[in-house]
Write a protein that binds this ligand. Structure first.
Ligand code: AHM
Ligand code: MG
Length: 343
């Protein structure tokens, strides 16, 4: 639903506090600090070509990808914005091997923040959309420093999830389990304004999104599904259009608004795919489910997977419910799936 009234993200968060299961000022302040970090990252992303922060640093991250300077900046900005607020007991970043503890001098809070500071790192240097993804959990340990157990919670326990997408404009998409709202950044006033409320993903879309360069490594079942999407049908529903940005945030954002399916499957080379369960798949899955969509690893609901490692990967099939159900039917080897969802 498009929004006419002028509402900033802070006002929206404050107004919705009472409706949220996390109805505390602490949670609102946590989100306010996080949106500050996102505003700073957005500014730096917009200046990237000017500020001599393009180009790769020497390091590679724990998943083996080359870490770019802007990734490091985004990581540091989030940590600096979040470590002293007293809301968090621990953090985990896709760019850091170790868990991030709250410095001794600051208070520990009841929440856990998990984030991918800059998703789509291969797109940074070529002026293509990148994003920031985050999840918030309530701690499960009693007090003091947060623990590994706080970080390795299944996705259905998220109390909030969202992403910022630095595209033709900067948007912030977020949920606290009460639908999905979209805010668009106005850099001239430095505010995120509510632009779409309670977004619903279409029941079926016309787009598929997958790195088709890996097709030779896919299972025969997945090959058949993608072949099916490309085969014209009498009712003109197919062929689907292919879109693939290579930034999960951007591909998911299009899928959220236009429908269809985004896939990062496991294959012969990478049986678990590429995307990380706690940094990428879980927040994406919560958002898409909150918008009426579906998110699985091809068989299991993403949000029910118990993480066992911080940097664990998972295959991901996410998008319009009819499309994802159809993909799953193909993956089970059913050739003629009938997948309908009541409207
Ligand atoms: P990153 O966190 O290093 O940026 O990697 C994750 C990104 C996702 O945003 C995107 O969906 C995927 O990698 C693209 O991978 P590929 O280049 O293998 O298609
Ligand atoms: Mg990344």
């Amino acid at each position: 639903m498009k929004v006419r009234k002028l509402v900033t993200i802070e006002r929206h968060i404050a107004e919705n506090q009472a409706m949220s299961p996390e109805a505390s000022g602490e949670f609102s302040r946590l989100l306010r600090d996080l949106t500050l970090a996102i505003r700073i990252i957005a500014r730096e992303v917009r200046r990237a070509g000017l500020a001599d922060i393009l180009g790769i640093t020497e390091a590679t991250n724990v998943s083996g990808d080359v870490v770019r300077k802007l990734d490091v900046f985004a990581h540091d900005t989030i940590v600096r914005a979040m470590d002293h607020g007293g809301h968090l007991c621990i953090m985990a970043s896709e760019e850091a091997e170790e868990l991030i503890h709250i410095p001794e001098q600051y208070e520990r809070g009841k929440y856990v923040l998990i984030f991918d500071p800059l998703d789509g790192s291969s797109n940074i240097d070529v002026n293509v959309t990148i994003g920031t993804i985050f999840s918030v959990y309530r701690r499960v340990s009693d007090s003091g420093d947060g623990t590994l157990e706080d970080v390795l919670q299944p996705g259905y326990k998220q109390v909030a999830a969202g992403y910022a997408c630095y595209g033709s404009s900067t948007v912030l998409v977020y949920t606290t389990g009460n639908g999905v709202d979209i805010f668009t950044y106005d850099p001239t006033v430095g505010e995120f304004f509510l632009t779409h409320e309670k977004v619903q993903i279409p029941k079926r879309g016309k787009y598929y999104s997958i790195n088709e360069g890996n097709a030779a490594y896919w299972s025969p079942e997945l090959q058949r599904y993608v072949q099916y999407l490309k085969t014209p049908s009498e009712d003109k529903q197919r062929p689907y259009k292919l879109r693939y940005v290579g930034t999960a945030v951007a591909d998911v954002h299009r899928t959220l608004l236009y429908g269809g399916i985004f896939m990062y499957p496991g294959d012969k080379k990478s049986p678990k795919g590429k995307l990380r369960l706690i940094y990428e798949a879980n927040p994406i899955a919560m958002l898409i489910e909150q918008a009426g969509g579906r998110a699985t690893d091809g068989e299991r609901r993403i949000l029910e997977i118990q993480p066992t490692e911080v940097h664990q990967r998972t295959p991901l099939f996410v998008g319009s419910p009819e499309d994802v159900l159809e993909a799953e039917a193909f993956l089970r080897g059913e050739q003629q799936p009938v997948a309908t969802v009541a409207s």
